[in-house]
Design a protein around this ligand. Structure first.
Ligand code: HAM
Length: 416
């Protein structure tokens, strides 16, 4: 028995129906992004491993466990887009051309996670990044933009959670505080968090395990570790969101799993998703550009997960319809049929014929299956008279037309 290959676990195929729905969501998202003046960039799928180690963080799950490496090379399949956008920004010295940039990107990302519902090894991001301003008005724009995209694509029920991590100094102080206050309870934390407490204590905060959550909640965290400036800025943002009518939940334990975040972080979730409930997430990364060798320039962004968006949407049956199907009464007439297709395609009409079916009946079945609006039938008699038989499939009526009137007659039916 010859082996039939399957796709790799956690990497899905999109059948024509799904790909149509996928295209529709991307198109709607792009329209919103363009209205907000974000410019599209298309970036490669492979990047230097070190780019992600430096930006996402050496001790994060993504870097420690999930990157797909190219054997024998220091190259990985990109796990996310933010580091890439900043690589692109610095490589092209874009800070010299303008002090503010807005970009968006869509495409596949790769993380070697344990696959489950909503958690894949290849998934797709719609991401936006705005580089050059630390204004909380921009934070608000980012959040409004992410929510607007989700509204447009039909994700109706969603929750926005928001927190501030403070500046770099705040993060260092807070990490130290967590280390000290949790060290006496270390043995009660999960194995991962015992390691995190030494290497990246902030990550203990958003651990999902019950035992770790209990210990963290017992700390009764308030915002004391955040400096006055960062507290003020966050407060201003929350007031602004309130003024804009945006509902949010303040989530003091949310830190997000990528080390580059500072200040505002946010997550949008849906209760339709189960344990992997984040449809999108983002935040500020004010030190990343400096950290990757560039000037001290603040930035903020988010990414939405396309597969999770789909999981929240009701199954839509999208099927591509054909304008015209061409059927011939014999194989010998196929050449003439193909000429007709060429003529119709020049006019931008979607059309096809059946290269496999032998009988006219079989071809009519194909036309029906493909949802064809019109069938053009070509037989010996039509060829002899320079005519065609045109069948309106919706109305089940047919008429003989002059060959030269084909597009005129088709347009009459389609536009009626
Ligand atoms: P992230 O939270 O890692 O952020 O990913 C963003 C979104 O991608 C998640 O909220 C989720 O919807 C989706 N996602 C993540 N991992 C998977 C997976 N394994 N399977 C399916 N969907 C997944 C980032 O990647 C940041 N770069 C976002 C950002 C942009 N922050 C600032 N700018």
């Amino acid at each position: 028995m010859k082996k039939i290959y399957s796709s790799i676990r956690g990497m899905s195929d999109f059948d024509p129906t799904k790909s149509l729905a996928f295209g529709e969501v991307i198109e709607k998202a792009k329209n919103v992004l363009k209205v907000f003046n974000y410019k599209e960039i298309i970036l490669p799928i492979l990047e230097e491993k070190d780019l992600f180690i430096k930006s996402v963080g050496e001790t994060t799950d993504i870097v420690e466990r999930q990157m797909f490496k190219i054997e024998g090379k220091d190259i990985v399949l990109r796990p996310e887009g933010t580091a890439q956008v900043i690589r692109y920004y610095l490589q092209n010295s874009l800070h010299k051309s303008s002090n503010f940039h807005k970009f968006f990107y869509t495409g596949p990302m790769f993380r070697g996670e344990r696959p489950q519902k909503g958690r894949l090894r290849q998934f797709h991001h719609i991401g936006a990044e705005a580089i050059g301003s630390n204004s909380y008005y921009l934070d608000a724009e980012m959040i409004v933009l992410a929510l607007k995209i989700l509204d447009e694509v039909g994700v109706s029920k969603k929750e926005l959670k928001i927190n501030t991590l403070g500046c770099d100094g705040d993060k260092i102080r807070f990490s130290q505080y967590l280390k000290e206050s949790l060290s006496s309870k270390k043995s009660r934390l999960c194995d991962d968090c015992q390691k995190r407490l030494d290497r990246n204590p902030l990550r203990v905060l958003d651990c999902k395990s019950q035992q770790c959550r209990k210990e963290v909640i017992a700390l009764n965290l308030e915002k004391e570790h955040i400096c006055g400036d960062c507290q003020d800025k966050f407060q201003n943002l929350l007031v602004l969101l309130g003024d804009l009518g945006i509902k949010f939940t303040y989530s003091p334990y949310m830190v997000r799993g990528l080390d580059y975040y500072t200040d505002t972080v946010f997550e949008i979730s849906s209760d339709k998703l189960g344990s992997q409930d984040a449809i999108g997430a983002g935040g500020r990364y004010n030190n990343l550009i400096k950290y990757l060798g560039g000037p001290d320039i603040p930035a903020i962004g988010f990414a939405l997960g396309l597969e999770r968006i789909f999981l929240t949407l009701a199954e839509k049956k999208l099927e591509e319809k054909l304008d015209v199907f061409v059927a011939t009464t014999s194989q010998e007439l196929l050449g003439l049929g193909i000429n007709i297709l060429g003529q119709l395609r020049e006019e931008g009409l979607s059309c096809d014929l059946d290269y496999c079916a032998k009988s006219l009946k079989g071809q009519m079945r194909s036309a029906q299956k493909k949802g064809s609006r019109i069938v053009v039938i070509l037989g010996e008699e039509e060829v002899a008279n320079n005519t065609l038989l045109l069948k309106d499939m919706d109305k089940s009526i047919q008429k003989t037309i002059k060959k030269e009137d084909l597009t005129l007659e088709i347009n009459k039916i389609i536009k009626a």
